[in-house]
Ligand binder design. Structure first.
Ligand code: AMP
Ligand code: MG
Length: 284
């Protein structure tokens, strides 16, 4: 639909509210009113009334913000947009969603268990969009041949781990990524689904391979805690959260990078309901 046609529509109250929320979220996602936001608006198959809401939203913002000094203009718009969603400002610059996959066997503990997939997503804490991805497969040393169970569970192939890098190399690459892509001066928080990744898996493999656990990996937020707090329901895995929040599950369950993308969607959905993410656990 063309904007000209759309302007003929008169939005109802419900459409207006939804339209304003949609526009506010769009602004937060793109951090502004520039071309990327407008392109998303049209790609999303926006209906006529929503275009009217979009235009009214910005007209109103521009009118009220004429009293705002230019250097505060962007933060003023962000505050306005935040007010229209239930999102509250977060204490961290970005969230690092992390989800390891490791060697495993059905009904049996493989010792020592080794990380085979190491994915991390950098999520902007304001837009809650993915800004950067770290992703490596790791070649296991103690159990180089994956069990059929592990291949079925994770969909990670033998070839993917055979072509993977040694653990210490991946730790080095990750450290470089953290320093260059995030910056040690930045305030970031790891987000995981459960405590296993950073409380158990990383410290035990670091100990086995004589590597220091980086200090920045010593605290994290377990997203199951926020979910329980928000809904009053205790859950075990990721799928109950996906269903409880009425989200679409994407990709393959137990594949690290896909799990990270789903955790990121849960993070966004909880943030939209007013959740503020803080560390929930740490190691010494
Ligand atoms: P997840 O983050 O839930 O995908 O699981 C991380 C790791 O936990 C997997 O890569 C496996 O090593 C192990 N794991 C998860 N579910 C099972 C299971 N049902 N049986 C054995 N190991 C599992
Ligand atoms: Mg996983």
């Amino acid at each position: 639909m063309r904007i000209g046609q759309a302007l003929l529509g008169v939005p109802s109250n419900t459409v207006r509210t939804q339209g304003n929320l949609f526009c506010a979220e769009l602004f937060l996602r793109h951090g502004g009113v520039g071309r990327p936001a407008v392109m998303t608006l049209f790609k999303s198959g926006l209906r006529g009334e929503q275009v009217v809401c979009w235009q009214r939203f910005w007209k109103r913002q521009l009118a009220t913000s004429s009293r705002v000094p230019p250097r505060l203009f962007n933060s003023h718009l962000r505050r306005e947009a935040l007010k229209m969603t239930n999102r509250i400002p977060q204490d961290f610059d970005c969230f690092l969603v992390l989800d390891f996959e490791a060697t495993c066997e059905q009904d049996k503990l493989i010792q020592p268990q080794e990380i085979i997939e190491f994915p991390v997503l950098k999520i902007n804490s304001r837009s809650l969009e993915i800004e950067s991805t770290f992703h490596e497969f790791i070649k296991p040393v103690h159990n180089p041949k994956l069990t059929d169970f592990c291949i079925r569970l994770t969909t990670i192939s033998q070839a993917e781990v055979d072509n993977g890098k040694p653990f210490h190399t991946v730790m080095h690459l990750f450290d470089t990524w953290i320093k260059e892509e995030i910056g040690l001066d930045k305030n970031f928080l790891f987000v995981t689904c459960g405590d296993w990744d950073l409380k158990t898996m990383l410290p035990s493999q670091c100990q086995n391979e004589n590597i220091q656990v980086p200090n920045y990996c010593k605290k994290w937020h377990n997203i199951k805690k926020s979910y329980s707090l928000m809904t009053g329901r205790y859950i075990k895995g990721m799928m109950p959260m996906i269903m409880g929040l009425k989200l679409q599950h994407i990709g393959q369950l137990h594949r690290g990078l896909d799990d990270c993308k789903n955790i990121a969607n849960i993070l966004r959905a909880l943030a939209d309901r007013g959740c503020k993410f803080q560390p929930t656990n740490y190691i010494e």
